[in-house]
Design a protein around this ligand. Sequence first.
Ligand code: MF3
Ligand code: CO
Ligand code: CO
Length: 256
Amino acid sequence: MTVSIKSPEEIAVMRSAGRQAAELLEMIGEHVRPGVTTDELNDLCERYTTQVLGCRSAPLGYHGFPKSICTSVNHVVCHGIPNDKPLRKGDIVNIDVTVIKDDFHGDTSAMFSVGAPSVLARRLSETCYEALWVGIRMVGPGVRLGDIGHAIQAYAEARNYSVVREYCGHGIGREFHEEPQVLHYGIPGTGLTLEPGMVFTIEPMLNAGKRHVKLLADGWTVVTKDHSLSAQWEHMLVVTDTGVEVLTLRADEKQP
Ligand code: MF3
Ligand code: CO
Ligand code: CO
């Protein structure tokens, strides 16, 4: 396994890509309301990415993905394809954006609710967000990936949610998906040992029901097998000499 160590110059570019991805998510959040279609959200993101940020949308054409963002509504786990169906009050949606700035990727996602969420949807989303941060707060030199996966899994399962196993976080840089794979479950004391300069995402998917998923016939959309609600949050981060720097922090969040 070859995990690249980014130079300070490369990290500076990734910091800028990450900031722009975060800005894109902040922009699109304002537009999530009843009646809007995910196609409309897609088009707003594509325009903002190219015309305001001066970036490219990484998902567009990636292994044939047809749109610029992923929109995963309710029981869709990840990789939902924007479409012309209006969002309805009570829906929850993950919006996952990835921009390319000066050849480097910035990847982040967040949950949004359309109108007021149900108690279950809100608790699922909040638990998933906390699970992401449980993982982030552990990151630092010498920590092993199994330690992080285990902590996320323990946090989620203690609250009766299941962790999706088939999809994971990933190294990122000039490539969208690089080594290592960052699993959101695992065994402490196993896996890759982190070193300063490694850049990767953590992006747990939690289900309200069982962890099993299935892939729809479009070849992209991943749904829960039991049709239970699913949530996901994602940040991109770099291992520093003393801990972690989150590269996709939004204005309402703070660095640990
Ligand atoms: N942004 C997703 C991730 O976090 C990947 C989407 S790939 C796409 O890794 F092709 F579906 F866009
Ligand atoms: Co993503
Ligand atoms: Co990602």
